[in-house]
Design a protein around this ligand. Structure first.
Ligand code: ZN
Length: 87
């Protein structure tokens, strides 16, 4: 994996997700590595589910996330940044 939107905060190159594990149903820890061999920084970050955009047809009663408001819905529909070909 490794989205071009995961950019190294030091050099701006793309980062790859090297590993991830789940600490909670709504939280995932991710370990990322910068793909720039001159930089080589590695990081830990969290991916957290914060809002429901569209409710599940098979809901888990233990999961109770707030519905996204209009401003979040607008961001979800925003056009993705154009892809850079140099990674
Ligand atoms: Zn870097």
């Amino acid at each position: 994996m490794g989205s071009p939107r995961n950019k190294c905060p030091h050099c701006g190159h793309a980062m790859q997700i090297r590993n991830s594990n789940s600490e909670h149903p709504l939280m995932r820890a991710m370990y990322l590595q910068c793909t720039n061999i001159i930089c080589g920084a590695t990081f830990r970050g969290n991916l957290e589910l914060t809002h429901t955009l569209s409710p599940s047809a098979s809901p888990n009663p233990d999961i109770n996330l707030p519905l996204a408001d209009a401003s979040i819905r607008r961001l979800a529909q925003a056009k993705p940044q154009p892809k850079k070909t140099d990674a």
